[in-house]
Design a protein around this ligand. Structure first.
Ligand SMILES: Nc1ncnc2c1ncn2[C@@H]1O[C@H](COP(=O)(O)OP(=O)(O)O)[C@@H](O)[C@H]1O
Ligand SMILES: [Mg+2]
Length: 295
């Protein structure tokens, strides 16, 4: 998808602009997100909660001294550290007005779907060369108490992780105005929607066995990458369901939604304990994924 110099390609006058202050977030996914409140760490390991600069540099030194560590080595970095290093370069910070314009004021006509944490819209931009670029914008529910934590986890994990079977996060937007907070995420657009749509919505013809197998293998490769593919950190996904397996133009699957993801155990620890999931708000669509494919 390359590097875009976006201009909104939405229809003019459609912005849902609020009287928002500009974003104050120069470092994407860092521990200093733009919210006024203290950032909620996404890490469940004690090593990342409030770790000082000294502790971090020790960890970095250890990692640097063993650069050729195999993926089976114990992870030594926190997602916060990795996010500050890599996410800052990879992710683009979007303006709220720009996203409002690109989605025609978050028009219902451009709505792609809705999950427990917000709605997803098709959004139109222009590349620097003037070509039309279609992306997907997720606007987190303002009522969701967990919204900021989920948003931060998504920015941190997807700012660092990169794999053909993970959805690509292009950038984000965070604005705190007097009246409200806004948290948005901008992804590559997945034209064939989710696996859930193809399995359970009768508007779509049944998937062939060949495609089912391709989707299963791709999803498994994505999970394998999360567990073993990044030498410095292991990722526990925690939200593997058919609606989070998105399908590209060739029905290649990409895992999405890292708002509930957690880091695996770091150096010296054998396990992590994660809070009981409480994020399944409403939607009765979270069906077991792989079993459904075989049904
Ligand atoms: N990047 C994307 N491209 C195209 N459609 C998407 C994208 N992300 C999400 N969607 C659509 O929006 C729907 C809602 O997504 P989401 O908010 O993640 O909730 P859930 O995963 O619970 O369905 C998905 O089921 C999918 O159809
Ligand atoms: Mg989802």
């Amino acid at each position: 998808m390359g590097c875009f110099a976006f201009r909104s390609g939405g229809k003019s006058g459609s912005s849902s602009s609020t009287s928002s202050r500009p974003q104050q977030h120069p470092r994407p996914g860092a521990r200093t997100p733009p919210a006024k409140s203290a950032p909620a760490s996404t890490s469940s390991s004690s090593s990342s909660s409030g770790a000082g600069a000294g502790a971090q540099s020790n960890t970095k030194a250890a990692a640097a001294s063993a650069p050729a560590a195999a993926s089976s080595a114990t992870p030594t970095r926190t997602i916060q550290e990795l996010s500050e290093e890599r996410g800052a370069q990879r992710l683009r910070v979007f303006d709220l007005d720009e996203l409002g314009s690109a989605t025609n004021g978050f028009s219902r006509a451009l709505k792609l779907g809705e999950g427990g944490f917000g709605s997803v819209y098709r959004a139109f931009f222009r590349s620097a060369a003037g070509a039309r670029v279609v992306l997907a914008v997720k606007r987190l529910n303002q009522r969701s108490l967990q919204g900021h934590k989920q948003w931060l986890a998504e920015v941190q994990f997807l700012g660092v992780l990169e794999h053909p079977n993970l959805v690509k996060l292009i950038g984000y937007c965070a604005v705190d105005s007097e009246a409200s907070k806004h948290r948005l995420l901008v992804y590559e657009f997945m034209p064939n929607k989710s696996l859930d749509d193809h399995l359970f919505n009768r508007a779509h013809p049944p998937l062939s066995w060949r495609l089912r197998l391709q989707i299963m293998l791709g999803a498994a490769r994505g999970l394998d990458y999360l567990h073993e593919g990044v030498p410095e950190v292991q990722v526990i996904y925690r939200d593997f369901k058919a609606s989070n397996v998105l399908l590209d133009a060739e029905f290649k699957p990409k895992l999405s939604d890292f708002g509930l993801a957690r880091e695996g155990p770091t150096e010296g620890k054998t396990h992590v304990s994660t809070a009981v999931r409480s994020g399944l708000q409403g939607r009765p669509r979270s069906r077991p994924c792989i079993m459904s494919l075989l049904a």
